[in-house]
Design a protein around this ligand. Structure first.
Ligand SMILES: [Zn+2]
Length: 529
């Protein structure tokens, strides 16, 4: 079976109680074509899997080249997988048996020699521990799954991560992250935003809706249980088993899932209000009763059922109006005080600082250094982009808003100028909030005074340390989309040599100043939560 978007035969296979088709072995790369979707409303009435037979055990493999699934066999108390089958979708691979020996070549340069019954092999002339005996069945060489994190990098030359209990294997830096935010309409809607298109199967049962991600390298949020402080949709729980990641939404009312046009947004809403929710009419939202400032409550999420809700990027002009959030919802789920955003990443290199230095690499080093400095001062900190991932500006704001951070700090690097520039948002004039709706482009509005005092505190600390510093306001996205206090720190070298940006002592000089200032304004920032 191919893992294509077209295999989303949810109604037929699921209501018949058949396990998802992807559990059979497949070497076909997944087709992650975007733009194939129409807006897709799934109303699953009686899709209950409980009576299905236990599914065949399999290993889900996620890589840049292909996502696929392989059957596992149980031998000698361990899970085994065919090594040839595992490598085949990733490159050119051949194997041959020579008596008790089994030789495998990958891409004509990496060779492994395995012996039947032996717990060690030789790969590239070096010893490799298999953590169990090597087996051959029907000319297929079988290795214990537990050996893959040490064995595969010898062939592939890159890092491999195994979630052994759930049989999920990540080759290279692949991973789809997600955030969830609850709108405080009545009944509420829960909006999931993903960093890449997803296509889960959906099942409902009394009190819960379950999304199963068999084909996506979905990774766990910081905490597997997300709580929303709401009686109607109190929580969502992340789990993994048998090759799949599962997100279970607990709900006191019947709910359904609505997929956005680009596959990156899924909205969970009441089945009874589905018609108005999916009509795209923002006026369908009931008016909020309160008028207090709207700080700290997560709702910077584009409406998942509005066409073209795909995240606008740098050049985009998102004039999207968002549902408002009444201030009545208690905030109880903040996990991080600070969110540090390593700006740029993936295809977006940022500024080319020198022939060998890209801004995206400097920002991630600065962000990690800042996290260390903040945490050493007792401030729980999330680095938003902790890998070379593509994240849109909207996704960054959504992550910050979802985490209820008391302060959002974007980190940039520059080769021009000297020292540090500290930015706060310059909000557009045309972004008035209308009625109960927050305008996405001016979400920052209510928090701007606190952002400016945080920026002033940071600048004062740099001055105290005699590091050149300027404070600026700029239409620098996503600062304007962040609901809570938000600043950006742009770091330039002290002199004209941009290689100073990579020097750990300079990075720490800068990040310790920022952390000291944030720690000093901690009470002020925290009080606004
Ligand atoms: Zn930048």
């Amino acid at each position: 079976m191919r893992w294509t978007k077209l295999s989303r035969s949810i109604g037929a296979s699921r209501s018949a109680g058949v396990p998802p088709a992807v559990q059979s072995a497949s070497r076909a790369p997944s087709v992650h074509a975007t733009g194939l979707f129409l807006i897709f409303t799934l109303t699953l009435v009686a899709a209950i899997l409980l009576s299905a037979a236990p599914p065949e055990k399999h290993l889900a493999v996620f890589s840049v080249a292909a996502n696929y699934s392989l059957p596992l066999v149980q031998r000698e108390g361990r899970s085994y997988v065919g090594l040839l089958e595992l490598l085949e979708p990733l490159g050119k691979v051949t194997a041959k048996s020579e008596g008790p020996r089994w030789r495998l070549r990958y891409n004509n340069n990496a060779e492994g020699v395995f012996q039947i019954g032996k717990t060690h092999a030789r790969v590239q002339g070096r010893d490799a521990d298999l953590s169990g005996r090597f087996l051959v069945e029907n000319n297929r060489g079988l290795v214990p799954v537990a050996s893959l994190p040490s064995l595969l990098p010898r062939f592939l030359g890159g890092p491999v991560t195994l979630h052994e209990a759930s049989a999920r294997l990540f080759i290279g830096s692949v991973g789809t992250h997600f955030a969830a935010a609850l709108s405080a309409e009545n009944p509420p809607r829960l909006v999931f935003h993903f960093t890449a298109p997803v296509n889960p199967s959906v099942a409902t049962e009394p009190g819960a809706l379950r999304m199963t991600f068999s084909r996506e390298p979905l990774v766990a949020p910081a905490s597997p249980t997300l709580t929303f402080g709401n009686r109607t949709i109190p929580s969502a729980i992340y789990s993994e088993s048998n090759g799949a990641a599962v997100v279970t939404v607990n709900a006191a009312i019947p709910v359904m899932a609505t997929f956005s046009s680009d596959g990156r947004t899924i909205t969970i809403s009441s089945t009874s209000t589905a018609a108005s929710a999916s009509s795209g009419s923002q006026n369908a939202n009931p008016p909020a009763s309160g008028t207090a400032p709207n700080t700290g409550v997560p709702n910077g999420v584009p409406n998942g059922s509005v066409p073209n809700s795909s995240a606008p990027t740098l050049s985009g002009q998102p004039a999207q109006t968002l549902p408002g959030t009444p201030p009545a919802t208690p905030v109880s789920t903040r996990r991080y005080f600070a969110v540090v955003d390593a700006s740029h990443g993936g295809d977006d290199h940022g500024e080319t600082l020198s022939a060998t230095l890209l801004e995206k690499d400097v920002t991630i080093a600065l962000a990690r250094s800042l996290r260390q400095e903040l945490e050493s001062r007792g401030i729980p900190t999330l680095v938003l982009r902790d890998s070379d991932a593509n994240l849109t500006l909207d996704q960054r704001a959504i992550f910050a808003n979802t985490d209820h951070a008391a302060i959002y700090i974007a980190v940039h690097a520059a080769s021009n100028g000297h020292g540090v520039r500290v930015y706060t948002a310059l909000l557009p004039f045309d972004g008035d909030d209308r009625g109960t709706f927050r305008n996405w482009s001016t979400a920052q509005h209510a928090s701007l005074p606190l952002s400016q005092s945080a920026a002033a505190a940071v600048a004062a600390e740099f001055q105290r340390r005699q590091i050149p510093v300027r404070t600026l306001t700029a239409p620098l996205r996503p600062l304007n989309n962040v609901l809570g206090p938000a600043i950006a720190v742009e770091v330039a070298p002290l002199g004209s040599d941009s290689s100073q940006l990579t020097a750990p002592d300079y990075q720490q000089l800068v990040t310790s100043a920022v952390a000291t200032a944030i720690a000093a304004t901690r009470d002020q920032l925290g009080a606004a939560q």
